[in-house]
Design a binder for this molecule. Structure first.
Ligand code: ADP
Length: 304
């Protein structure tokens, strides 16, 4: 792997009130510069992982390094390298975004630098709201302000916990744009999500965690290659007499005027299949397809 921004070896967490492991000897590397999606069902251990990185929870055992710095040896520096955007919006409605940024800068012990804070707000498309009451911001703006707050101390790593939970479609894509922009500027992004399309669209690497264990971790490309299956449903305007020999092997369901085919895109294309039917003078009425997506992979992984 290229430069690792996160290096985790044997990370384990057992809460005193809980008998099972919240994190069970996790090994995980995250490359600098990536947008890494941490996926997993409820209770998988995602928040515990993030909370350990950001210093909110103590680990039971294992090693954690952020930017090459050991969490045990230098927790303060590790915290300084991370910006966290929590799930809940916690913004004082009576302060303006720029005041909120100043307060946050104070908390992190960084110099109050209005120009830099204005620059951050500008990058997140909030410049014209810098001096407005935060209560007047829309939901999407408030979320972007949360990101701005997390970037006040200029961390190389930004962690977003379910960034678009409950956010509508338009605002969601705006937030994704902001995340991509930050990434382009060199910030490594880790996000947790249970919204699989989000990981599919945004992330270049994905880790799947279940019952405190990492059950898969790879580039998104490789994940998507795991299943190159496609389903094709063809309705005909005449009853089907005989299925063409060449595609019999792909047929998983035959009805009076409809066929369902399942095939690997790497083996045969939809166009090839259609061509066969057309050449054999089948009268096609309607065609619909279903590609496998991250959701299928996820379900498959959790079942194994
Ligand atoms: P996720 O974020 O993936 O939903 P969590 O990290 O919140 O998962 O939880 C992982 C496991 O640890 C779950 O079994 C959860 O019940 C348990 N857990 C989380 N926080 C605590 C806590 N403060 N005390 C006891 N158990 C906890």
């Amino acid at each position: 792997m290229e430069n690792k921004i996160i290096e985790v070896i044997g990370l384990t967490k057992k809460y005193s009130t809980n008998n099972s492991f919240a994190l069970d000897h996790i090994d995980l590397n995250i490359a600098a510069g990536s947008i890494f999606g941490l996926l997993g069902p409820n209770g998988a251990g995602k928040s515990t992982f993030i909370n350990i990185l950001s210093g909110l929870t103590n680990k039971t055992s294992g090693k954690v390094k952020v930017c090459g710095i050991d969490l045990d040896e230098n927790p303060k520096t590790v915290r300084g390298n991370i910006g966290v955007v929590p799930q809940e919006i916690n913004i004082d409605p009576f302060f303006s975004p720029i005041q909120i940024m100043d307060i946050q800068a104070g908390l992190y012990g960084v110099n109050k630098n209005n120009n830099r804070n204005l620059e951050i707000l500008k990058n997140l498309d909030l410049l014209d709201k810098a001096k407005a009451y935060s209560r007047s911001l829309s939901g999407g703006m408030k979320r972007r302000l949360m990101v701005a707050k997390a970037m006040v101390h200029n961390p190389p790593l930004l962690i977003l916990d379910e960034p678009t939970a409950g956010v509508d479609v338009e605002l969601r894509s705006k937030l994704w744009d902001s995340i991509r922009e930050l990434n382009k500027k060199g910030v490594t992004i880790i996000l947790t999500t249970h919204y699989l399309k989000e990981a599919e669209i945004l992330c270049d690497r994905i880790g799947v965690i279940n019952k405190g264990r990492v059950i898969a971790c790879d580039t998104k490309k490789k994940f998507m290659k795991l299943l190159d299956e496609k389903e094709l449903i063809i309705d005909f305007s005449e009853p089907i007499k005989e299925i063409p020999r060449e595609i019999k092997q792909y047929c998983i369901k035959k009805e009076y005027r409809s066929l369902t085919l399942k095939f690997k895109k790497s083996k045969i294309s939809t166009a090839d299949i259609i061509k066969i039917f057309v050449n054999k003078k089948f009268k096609l009425k309607e065609i619909s397809t279903k590609e496998s997506d991250l959701e299928d992979i996820f379900i498959k992984l959790l079942k194994d």
